[in-house]
Write a new protein. Sequence first.
Length: 466
Amino acid sequence: MRRLSFRLTLLLGFLLVSLLLGAAAWRGLRVLDEFAERSRAGAARAVQITADIGQLAERSVDLERSARQYLVLQEPQLLERYAATMALAAQHLDRVGKLGIAPIDVAAEGWQQAAQAAAAALPRNEGEAALAALAELGVRNARLAEAGRQWIDAHNATLLDELERNRRTLAVQVLAAVAAALAIALVIGWWLARPVLALEAAIRRLGAGQFEAPIEIRGPDDLQRLGQRLDWLRQRLADLEADRVRVLRHVSHELKTPLAAMCEGVALLQEQVIGPLTADQREVAVILEHNTRALQRQIVDLLNYHATVFDAGHLRRLRILLPDLLQQVADAQRLQSQARSLSIRVEAERRQACLDPDKLAVALGNLLSNAIAFSPEGGEIVLAATIADGMLYFDCIDDGPGVPAADAERIFDPFVQGPARPESAPPGSGVGLSIVRELIAAHDGRVYLLPRLRGAHFRMELPHES
């Protein structure tokens, strides 16, 4: 059975949520339509009842008028008019009877009996009986009107009760639909977010150079395939990293071994172990010694640069005091600074920061080493640390020749050296500032050069985690 993909799972989730909410809305519309239909039917029946009862009241007046006129005039036409009025009243009574409302039916039957009693008494000239029956019509009309009002009031109350009951039912149904939709959304969101978070964590581990743990993603089919491709990439990166380490190890061994032999040979020549040297030979030996030492230093710096770049992302954050870190860096190069009569001033508040102290010490040490190399004898170097606006700033300021504005960006590239290096300074490899940039970038920060009239002002800026 094929597993659901990310897109299909998301689509099914939307469909389920839409169906639930749509069903709740459809149910609400059905209830509203039914209530509106019952309201319209009830209103029509109320209008019909009111009209028929009103017509019966008018017919009662007509019957009473015809009866009284007949008792006085004794004209047969008046009896015929009475009978015609009774026929009209019978139509209204028939419509009222079809409504099936018991109180109105009882009152209508009494009205009909009174009218028929009056009709029976008139031909016999029983005036008192006829008038008594006609008087009963008025009472029956009042009862009909009261029964009609009571039915209308009861019907309205029933509609209101039904409306309130439907409102509560709809509220429960809507809340249940919303809760079910929310539950479905949460379950599907969790089902989809879990593999995405796992992918994010796996990518983060790959970016940090952690290739040991295998990548296994559970969830939709396409995300599982993506996890398999990531695991393949992890294996390839692990193989490449192993090859890189092996190549560096071999290169280091292959270069350092003959280089060490050359250094030993030059040392033997300078010590004249194999015999005395002429002045020209001693000069050649000095040149060889200088160049082999420079080559050895460049090879070591190159290997250190690659090792630092590889290890830059492996941070071991600790909470340390800023003045202690700066003082540790300054003390580590105290002899070099004293050899050139330089003073190192540390400026920092006694505040803590969460960072990798070893890597920050290397970065600050490289900046300080450059400052010592470029500063004039008897000068001053400032190492400062400040915290402002959620950022942590490290500054290294010297009194040397500074860096031209044209080189402010490229000075951080590997193997780029400043043009104003003093003759007294030892030759460098041009990777110190590159190492600083890599180490600060691993802390999500940056290093840059600030303009200054005299000397150089390097600043490292990184987020401060309070």
